[in-house]
Design a protein around this ligand. Structure first.
Ligand SMILES: Cc1cc2nc3c(=O)[nH]c(=O)nc-3n(C[C@H](O)[C@H](O)[C@H](O)COP(=O)(O)OP(=O)(O)OC[C@H]3O[C@@H](n4cnc5c(N)ncnc54)[C@H](O)[C@@H]3O)c2cc1C
Length: 621
């Protein structure tokens, strides 16, 4: 036991094993690698830093970690879950390295795997998986970020030469922010496919960018995006194409094919569905981003909790000063985020399993829609949680937290953009809400307003007449789950009802949705709150070690009451909570913080972040 865990009345290593779950061996390998002196921290943000990150990515590739998800026939291990475990663990360390790794193996190789066919796999994946072929993923354009459907880069098929002509029609159609593009030799480029004068929508192409010696090929323009707020170990660039000729085989043709003579065929006739299916290949990436953001959060919390336990300020006269983590408000700042981090840990794992199963089983329709909504929602919530928690941790460490050597400032700058890339959070939540609405729509079509109201009748509203009864009710897991389920159901049914009435009154469906965007985002967040609590509660129930189960149960209570407290006004407004219960929330959360406090050091020790990876001197146990 390290000093930080010496006082734990339960087995910290056993909790680490429980948290690690599947693929523990590969997680340990990555922890050990990140702690290797070759990966020691270095914060020069110039070109040397980019080179350093690339060298480290080469080491990870040489260990076979970048190809675990690729098929065995292409040199991989056919194990996407192991790959996800690698990405999650890399999030404990340098986030620039994580992003370079994720772009190369997740986005570049992953999109060739998901969108290409056999010939593409055999031709590109073995080298991409070894990092011998450095690639990038070029979807976003300057004028079109979230709105991918309206991208303007064009790939026109020329039957005379059996080739495509790839072109950027104007500067706003240039690809923007493209990670790894300053070094990549190849890009997967998303462009509008035009065949015989007909626009077939956005399709992916493999496009060589550089010659073997590194020189940029004719017709390609690559321009450094310059310094960024963070992640300066990653090279991001703008790309433009000037009538670049590509052989017919460059089209990644799983979902759309062009014959030599120029006939377009597709297994998915509906252009809208085809587009969504292609974009669906981004879904596993969203879970990776959520998992990595959560790892960064664990690192920040480990630093701040340890600092808080050791740092003393003020105290009774004549006695030693008090550790700041013993102050109630310090606990309120750090321990609810710690509980949420544990809760999200299990939710992200659940989302990862669901997404990988959905892909492996080729799920479609409503089953697939639900999984996409889950990945989008979990990505949004986990990355926002990371940003706010890292900032809180920075402040909780005072001036020390501001020193670069203590990592929290750089970490905050690096994790910031996780809320934007792989889908802007606010846009993702709207996508999630639309998916969830599709489920309630079926129910609502047949029902009257009265049916809906009956359906939403409060099941166990806290009508407790005494404060003691209210307190007991709040700590009852069934009540907590029912409260979050009811809020989700209510927000979705109400939204569905409002949309239905608006359309009946003559509004266009799209306009009706836009006029109720705030409601949609709230409903999606409520959905994720419920999913996260269910995942955490299930983990507590299934936990094999009874010694730490009560501590996890405390954290689960803290998470649940925290979410109910955030929505307390809504619960009161809808008369789900009575005044006794609403008033009891705050003291209950305070009491839970006091109960969790003695376990705080052990709970962060269970994240098992090696000292060398934690790096911050104030975060050492
Ligand atoms: C560091 C970095 C690395 C990146 N790497 C890559 C990469 O490798 N490859 C790649 O293809 N792309 C990459 N991107 C691009 C990234 O995916 C986009 O930035 C992202 O999709 C958002 O697009 P945007 O920047 O155009 O923002 P916009 O879509 O313009 O959004 C701006 C704001 O408008 C809001 N907004 C947009 N639409 C709506 C709406 N309908 N309703 C309400 N609000 C709305 C958003 O919430 C957001 O707050 C990267 C970006 C960055 C910053």
């Amino acid at each position: 036991l390290t000093p930080a865990t010496a006082n734990a009345a339960w087995d910290v290593a056993s909790l680490t094993r429980f948290l690690d779950g599947d693929h523990r061996e590969v997680r340990q390998r990555v922890r050990t690698l990140l702690a290797d002196p070759r990966f020691a921290c270095h914060r020069d943000d110039g070109q040397g830093r980019r080179r350093q990150v690339l060298e480290r990515c080469t080491v990870l590739a040489s260990e076979g970690l970048g190809r675990l998800h690729l098929p065995r026939s292409c040199g991989g291990a056919g194990d996407p879950a192991a790959y996800l475990a690698v990405v999650e663990t890399l999030g404990l360390g340098d986030l620039s390295l994580l992003v370079v790794f994720g772009v190369q193996f997740g986005l570049f190789a992953g999109s060739i795997l998901a969108l290409g066919t056999d010939a593409h796999h055999r031709r590109y994946l073995p080298a991409a998986g070894r990092f011998d072929l450095a690639g990038c993923f070029a979807m976003t354009e300057t004028d079109h970020g979230s709105n991918i459907r309206d991208l303007e880069t064009v790939a026109r098929y020329d039957p005379a030469t059996e080739s495509f002509v790839l072109h950027t029609p104007h500067p706003g159609a240039g690809k923007d922010y493209i990670g790894n593009a300053l070094e990549a030799h190849m890009a997967v480029v998303f462009a509008r496919l035009e065949v015989a004068g007909e626009d077939r929508g956005v399709h992916p192409f493999v496009v060589p960018l550089r010659a073997a010696g590194g020189g940029i090929l004719p017709g390609r323009h690559v321009e450094d995006c310059g310094g960024k707020a963070g992640l300066n170990g990653v090279g991001n660039a703008r790309l433009a194409f000037d009538q670049v000729r590509l052989p017919r085989e460059s089209l990644l043709d799983r979902f759309g094919r062009v014959s030599t003579g120029g006939t377009y065929t597709t297994p998915i006739e509906s252009p809208a569905r085809r587009f969504l299916t292609m974009l669906g290949t981004l879904v596993p990436g969203r879970v990776s981003v959520a998992a990595a953001a959560l790892s960064a959060t664990k690192r920040a919390l480990t630093i701040a909790v340890r600092y808080g336990a050791g740092r003393r300020q003020f105290g009774p006269p004549g006695a030693p000063e008090t550790p700041i983590l013993d102050y109630l408000v310090h606990q309120r700042r750090l321990l609810p985020p710690l509980a949420t981090t544990y809760a999200l840990h299990f939710a992200v794992r659940h989302a990862g399993r669901e997404v990988l199963a959905a892909f492996a089983e080729g799920r479609t329709g409503a089953d697939r829609r639900r999984v996409d909504a889950l990945a989008a929602g979990v990505k949004a919530v986990a990355t926002w949680h990371a940003v706010t928690t890292v900032q809180t941790c920075r402040e909780c460490c005072g001036g020390q937290g501001y020193l670069a050597v203590n990592e929290l400032g750089p970490l905050r700058s690096d994790v910031d953009v996780f809320t934007t890339f792989e889908g802007d959070n606010t846009v993702l939540l709207q996508l999630a809400a639309k998916s969830l609405l599709a489920d309630v729509r079926g129910e609502l079509e047949k029902s009257t307003r009265l049916d809906v109201l009956r359906h939403l009748a409060r099941p166990v509203a806290v009508r407790a007449t005494t404060a003691t009864a209210a307190r007991h009710r709040l700590r009852d897991r069934r009540f907590q789950l029912e409260a979050l389920r009811w809020r989700e159901r209510h927000l979705l049914a109400e939204l569905g009802g409002r949309l239905k009435r608006a359309v009946q009154a003559g509004e266009e469906a799209d306009e009706a949705f836009l006029a109720r965007q705030d409601h949609a985002v709230e409903a999606a967040l409520a959905h994720i709150d419920r999913v996260v609590l269910e995942a955490f509660a299930a983990a507590v129930d299934s936990c094999p070690d009874f010694s730490f189960r009560p501590v996890l149960a405390l954290l689960c209570d803290l998470y649940a009451l925290g979410r109910i407290e955030v929505a307390a006004a809504w619960f009161l407004e809808h008369r789900y909570l009575g005044p006794h219960a609403a008033r009891a929330l705050r003291p209950q959360i305070n009491a839970l913080c006091a109960d969790v406090r003695p376990h705080a050091l052990a709970l962060v020790a269970a994240f098992d972040i090696p000292d060398a990876v934690l790096a911050a001197p104030i975060g050492r146990p």
